[in-house]
Design a protein. Structure first.
Length: 236
């Protein structure tokens, strides 16, 4: 069997309304460099990965080429893909780009990563790929240590959840291409909308393995996250 080709789809097609900024959150700067560029930098230096699929908002392709990609002279080939209405559509657009560029009988490993998670590390990337090769589907996650409450719409606590087996999912979520395409196809046919890619694979009935993530692998979605990101950079 030929060695599997490894891709990452960096999803950056959101508008970032929670940030409260006129600039989309993925284009905001951390210590002078756009958040999205910093995310790409991590994958560009990963020896296990071959190509990067960058999914961006409609009409932002030229902006990303001019401000996010070209000034930083990345080594890996980067394909710009237009995002869809929902995140699920955006990821599917990226998957189609990979599928259309491969032979029908070829398999691949595909990572799906949030464009606003610039602090992902090489160890997690490597472990995700190894486990996806073995099990077909793998995600990083961190164990929840806070007490978790289930709250009703009127903000009254309904119950306290047992946190023993609760984890916060992170990205990159990593899969065999064929499995993920089947999961997306099944989700569309059954009108299933998941909050992450793993939920679509779960909906298909396939097991997803969890590996240890990192508390530093934060998703920058609010002004407070930007402050934390600057703090993390100061210690790197």
């Amino acid at each position: 069997m030929d060695e599997l080709k490894h891709f990452v789809i960096v999803v950056a097609a959101g508008t970032g309304l929670r940030m409260g900024s006129k600039t989309k959150k993925q284009y905001l700067h951390l210590d002078g460099i756009p958040i999205l560029t910093r995310t790409i930098m991590v994958f560009d230096t990963c020896d296990q990965l071959h190509e990067i699929i960058l999914v961006v908002p409609k009409d932002d392709e030229e902006y990303c080429k001019t401000h996010i990609i070209d000034p930083y002279r990345f080594k890996k080939k980067i394909h710009l893909v237009e995002g869809g209405k929902e995140r699920q559509h955006s990821v599917l657009n990226g998957l189609k780009r990979i599928r259309d560029g491969m032979s029908r009988d070829k398999e691949a490993i595909v990572m799906i990563h949030d464009g606003v998670r610039p602090f992902i590390n090489q160890e997690i990337i490597k472990n995700c790929i190894l486990n996806a090769i073995e099990y077909g589907a793998c995600i990083p996650a961190v164990k929840i240590t806070d007490t978790v409450k289930e709250v009703l719409p009127d903000l009254v606590i309904q119950k306290t959840l047992n946190r023993r087996n609760l984890y916060k999912a992170q990205t990159p979520q990593t899969f065999k291409l064929g499995l993920l395409l089947r999961a997306f196809d099944h989700a569309m046919k059954t009108s299933f909308w998941g909050t992450d890619d793993a939920s679509l694979v779960e909906h298909l009935g396939h097991k997803v393995v969890v590996i240890k993530g990192s508390q530093l692998n934060i998703k920058i979605t609010s002004p407070e996250d930007l402050v934390l990101g600057e703090y993390l950079l100061s210690g790197i």
